[in-house]
Design a protein. Structure first.
Lengths: 225, 331, 331, 225
């Protein structure tokens, strides 16, 4: 595999890591949601992504679009609350962004993330600044896109993963002083100020885990640099 | 966590199983889709009524299934809207030639799930409408939120559309009635304590011994503001004023007054609250024709109460009067 | 103390006032004697039924007044039997030519008050009988105690004698029926938390997060023993075994199963408990013909539940089936 | 007033002190009852005895029997629970023990206490050793009776009051290791062991207050020794 291309193996790794992170952080994500929300965010995500892990073999596919669509259906079917429709839509739109493709390149990652964000915007009638997961997802996508446009050093997969993680974390932290304008948190008015958005933090935690495990993943895949 | 629970993940399924075992002749539990439906639904000549909107609000909505009320409820996990897929499956199971009305408490997640289900069902050629309930005056309707929330006022909507559907009204008419009742219903709630979701195992927030949350919804989230615990009279007066001033309800209006317990407040206190609210409304010249005191729409084990007013006319009164047979009863 | 209360001394009167305001057509509140009575009692051709036994157990007993149930309830202060004088005044107010039956949960204070009232009434030439209810298997009947306590099983006695009286049965017959129902009713309760009487302002006892009280009565007193908090299945099984083995109830018996909440446990958990109990009884071959899930006889805001079984025959089933109109309802 | 005689003034002082003690100890007596009972003992007593204090002028009478009967009726009418019938009966029986008397002597105090105890026994179907207020009341009565029978020094009113207080306290303390066999406490079985009986403690606290205030009372009454 040569930079800046990516592969279905990378995609599978990313999705699996997202799923594992959701399951491992059930309590932590729930506690974040308890501050100004109803505490079920961790539970909701975990119930869906644990099925993704359990049914993994029936989901993986040579077609990235096919794979993402199956994952999207599992998530839509099991995850309730706001997260079910949002994450299901995001995964479905990501699938649409790589329709009919077999080999993925780094710009596909950006396209998938962009499609996911647009899907969430449409489904949630929300946008940047509403204190939602979009406030981590969109800056992260922008940073990747810009780096790839600039090209040159620092656009290898591991470096891109680290860039995504750092950007998402900074962006998630930046949701703390915001007032929620969408989702259940918004009902508490100004009281949503002072704690970060659970969805945005989840995006950051997932991106960090992907970055942290990227090298091990590449070694496992026996990828040649 | 002090609860009657086995594995917290089984909390909702085992509750639904118990509900069905206690009502073997009238209710059916469909574990695959986490839903409770009337044993005799769908009926050719009746619009079917469905409500969802998260578990933890019992007796809303699974214990409100029965003749004259809901045909089915697909409750989702605790405080989580059901997945769109569950709603879609529910609609398919209860679909009647006269159509299906979906009742949705106005929350982001619920809106999404029911709108997606409506789209999926319409693609199947089913005749489905969605009605959003938003009676909570604690939330200001503004472009910065998704609008007011739906809380205990949903019971009046369920009851009225249930009665209308039972009489054979068509989907337009049933929807008109639901919207009308929703438009004259207003609620406001307050919490004395936080509640503990089984899967979380600890209270959703810390509330000191001398503090309350004013303006809470029904999902255990904090309210609009934290206040000092005060006498029943003072707290009831804040709830009553907020509700009355919102519609507003005026001297000479005839109303139904509901005092709804949030799960952990005993019925004795609810009647005390009812008495105080009744007197405060009477002082404003508002006439209470119908009273509802008890638990209608709860937040698990939260101690607290909400007050709902519905402005009555002959049509609404008559629909509220109609018989209904649901699991919640004494004998 | 997190409660809806003004001056704690007004807790009971203001609750009763609210109850009467919510039921203006059917109930009357008599503040002088702290009592709630049917607006249409006494009736020439009906034995009058009275129950008392302390406040804090709502809906028992003040919210069980109505056609087909009680003619009056004189509740006393929280957890305190009414003074004999209140009972006597109540008897005088409801006295019918067909007689008066006093229902008493078997506790020392209640026995004394009702026995004294019976004596006083008889001296006035009134026809009064007293029936003691003692369904609680947690208390062993021995010469060292005043015998078993009366707990939630009292609801079945009230319902059956209420129905019999409504049909015109004479005092002998009404009493016979009450004694019969009491003799086939058994209950056992457990607490997850202590309760807080308004006048005390703090919980009656300390219960660690991982402990429960097994075998509690309905006055917030500790139970027979303290145990570790366990899964719902395990705790329900302890309650079910204690109840079943006491009468005992055997394979082939037809029963009514009541899961009664003690005040702070939400209805969702009660249905979960119901489901587990139902299955455990079914495994023993016991047939559940009638189910009762909800709050019937509480201990203020205590989290916990009790299980009651009543062995049914045609006579009892028919009486339980009869209509009753009491304040506790949903619509 | 000469020892060992007593007077209606003394009786009024004793009843008034009992009433005041019940009102002042509402919370303390309630807390004692919360250990193995239902916590209402203090509330029940206080609701009755506060009326005794409030209606005092309508209750006092030259006839001790008349006075005690009126107090008994107030208590019976307002006090619920087990305490209403028991304390009402006790006061009524005490009244009966001094029927038609106008001046009381010390042996009348014993007669009133004995009658009260017998009334409680009959009403409560209880006896010494059941862990009730009888376990303070009876030893106290016995001690007074014995001292009066012995005669001689130590049988002045103030000394008798002190004897009653000391005996009642010792007896109340001695209920701690007992297992309750009557009243609500008995339902907890062996768990009633380890805490004193609330009724017995109330008797001791009342007797102590009477003894403590006896001298002041005598001075107030302008009694000649
Ligand atoms: N309208 C919206 N658009 C985008 N994201 C949203 C929206 N509403 C909520 N979210 C995200 O969802 C998270 C909460 O998810 P979850 O707990 O499942 O929702 P709820 O319990 O409110 O139904 C929030 O932290 C936020 O990131
Ligand atoms: N049968 C009885 N005979 C004598 N005294 C009794 C009896 N039962 C209870 N008591 C006394 O009454 C006290 C409790 O009074 P109270 O709290 O009013 O009763 P309860 O709440 O149990 O009705 C006990 O501490 C005991 O001293
Ligand atoms: Mg949430
Ligand atoms: Mg939720
Ligand atoms: Mg008591
Ligand atoms: Mg007591």
């Amino acid at each position: 595999m040569t930079s800046p291309s990516t592969s279905t193996g990378d995609l599978a790794f990313v999705v699996r890591t997202i799923a594992q992170t959701a399951v491992d952080n059930e309590r932590a994500f729930g506690d974040l949601d308890a501050v100004a929300g109803d505490g079920d965010f961790g539970y909701s995500l975990a119930r869906g992504f644990e099925i993704v892990l359990a049914d993994w073999d029936t989901l993986v596919s040579d077609s990235p679009a096919e794979f993402l669509k199956k994952v999207a259906l599992v998530v839509s079917k099991r995850v309730g609350g706001t997260s079910g429709p949002l994450w299901g839509t995001a995964l479905l739109r990501a699938s649409g962004a790589v329709k009919d493709r077999t080999d993925l390149v780094a710009t596909d990652a950006v396209a998938m993330l962009r499609a996911a964000a647009e899907g969430i915007k449409a489904r949630g009638r929300s946008d940047l600044g509403d204190k939602t997961l979009l406030d981590a997802l969109i800056p992260m996508t922008d940073a990747l896109e810009q780096r790839l446009a600039e090209g040159g050093p620092g656009s290898g997969p591991a470096e891109l993963a680290r860039l995504a993680a750092v950007t998402a974390r900074t962006a998630a932290d930046a949701t703390t002083p915001m007032q929620a304008r969408r989702g259940r948190q918004s009902y508490t008015g100004e009281r949503s100020i002072g704690s970060p958005d659970p969805g945005a933090v989840a995006v950051a935690v997932m991106a960090e885990r992907i970055a942290d495990e990227w090298d091990a993943h590449e070694r496992r895949e026996g990828a040649t640099p | 966590m002090k609860k009657f629970v086995n594995d917290p993940q089984d909390y909702v399924p085992q509750m639904l199983e118990g509900l069905a075992l206690a009502n073997p002749d009238t209710l059916k539990y469909v574990p695959e889709h986490n839903l409770i439906m009337r044993a005799d639904t769908p009926q050719e000549n009746k619009v079917s009524i469905v409500q969802g909107s998260g578990s933890g609000h019992e007796p809303a909505h699974v214990m409100s299934v029965g003749r004259g009320m809901l045909d089915a409820a697909c409750p989702g996990d605790v405080f989580a809207a059901p997945p769109a897929d569950s709603v879609y499956e529910t609609v398919k199971l209860v679909a009647s030639p006269k159509g299906v009305l979906l009742l949705v408490n106005n929350y982001t997640g619920d809106r999404m799930a029911f709108e997606m289900a409506e789209e999926l069902s319409e693609a199947d050629g089913l005749n489905v409408r969605t009605l959003f309930i938003d009676d909570d005056v604690a939330v200001q309707d503004s472009t910065f939120t998704v609008g007011r929330r739906g809380v205990a006022g949903n019971f009046f909507v369920m009851k009225a559309v249930g009665a209308a559907a039972e009489r054979g009204a068509d989907l337009d008419e049933v929807q008109r009635i639901g919207e009308k009742v929703n438009s004259v219903a207003r609620s406001m709630g307050m919490a004395l304590t936080a509640c503990t979701p089984p899967a979380k195992g600890s209270p959703l927030f810390d509330l000191p011994d001398d503090a309350i949350e004013m303006g809470v919804g029904i999902h255990g989230e904090p309210g609009r503001k934290r206040e000092k615990l005060q006498s029943a009279d003072t707290m009831v007066s804040e709830l009553v004023s907020a509700v009355v001033d919102d519609l507003p309800y005026s001297s000479g209006d005839h109303v139904a007054l509901m005092v709804n317990g949030l799960g952990g407040t005993p019925i004795g206190e609810l009647y005390l609250v009812y008495g105080r609210a009744h007197k405060q409304l009477a002082e404003r010249g508002i006439e209470i024709d119908r009273s509802y005191v008890g638990e209608y729409c709860t937040s698990l084990d939260m101690a607290g109460a909400s007050i709902t007013l519905v402005r009555l006319d002959d049509e609404i009164s008559e629909l509220l009067d109609a018989p209904a047979e649901i699991p919640i009863h004494v004998f």
